[in-house]
Ligand binder design. Sequence first.
Ligand SMILES: [Zn+2]
Length: 258
Amino acid sequence: MPDFHNLPETQHRASYLQYQDLSQYHQLKHGTFTRHGGTSHSPYDSLNTSDAVGDSRKNVAENLMIIKQAMGARRILFTQQTHGTEVLIVDTETTETFGASWRADAMITNVSGVGLMIKQADCQAVILFDPAKNVIANVHCGWRGNVQNILERVVRTMAHHFDCRAEDLVAAIGPSLGPCCAEFITHRDIFPPNFEAFRVSENHFDLWRLSSHQLAMEGINPENITVSEICTRCHMDRFFSYRGEGVTGRFGTVVILT
Ligand SMILES: [Zn+2]
């Protein structure tokens, strides 16, 4: 289970949770920020990271600074998430700060000091870390990501570009829709037949187990995969939930090599 960390009051009492399997490594810092401790007003209250959902740009910019400071990051990078499978390799030439000019749903880097952030409200952020090669990835994976198997693509890209071995990788799946709330009435039209193994009731699916399975199929040791098991829709007190709230903010999951 993840641990909650509260920041001092000077940092707006923002809090984030961490995954024990990743916390043991001093080479990286990571956190899934709750919706609290930011500057945005309802329905984006309050640590909203997205200026594409109707919130004020000024408040979002302040929220991003809070996250940047909390993570001790030189820069925080994020992308325009499109529910696709585009993967962005971040290298030393990538100079943009708080950039969202790329369309991609995953980022991979071996550069230290650069925070990779995924914005979410029910979708999964999946952090991957290779302690042998010091490479990190952060993946935005909603059900469309599962259908297109973006996780497979990221693990293979890590292998191709950075020589990562899947058996070395450590993975964490953060707060997102749980099997209690991941209802897909049209699942026969949108899901491939092999997703049937992850159906838990007439129209509900266990996307946590599905993502874990997709990672394991690429060779990641199941023992190295942590699932936070926190459903965003059941915990709107702590996280934004698109399904639960409709118009709402996006919370942030960040990973950074120190
Ligand atoms: Zn739920």
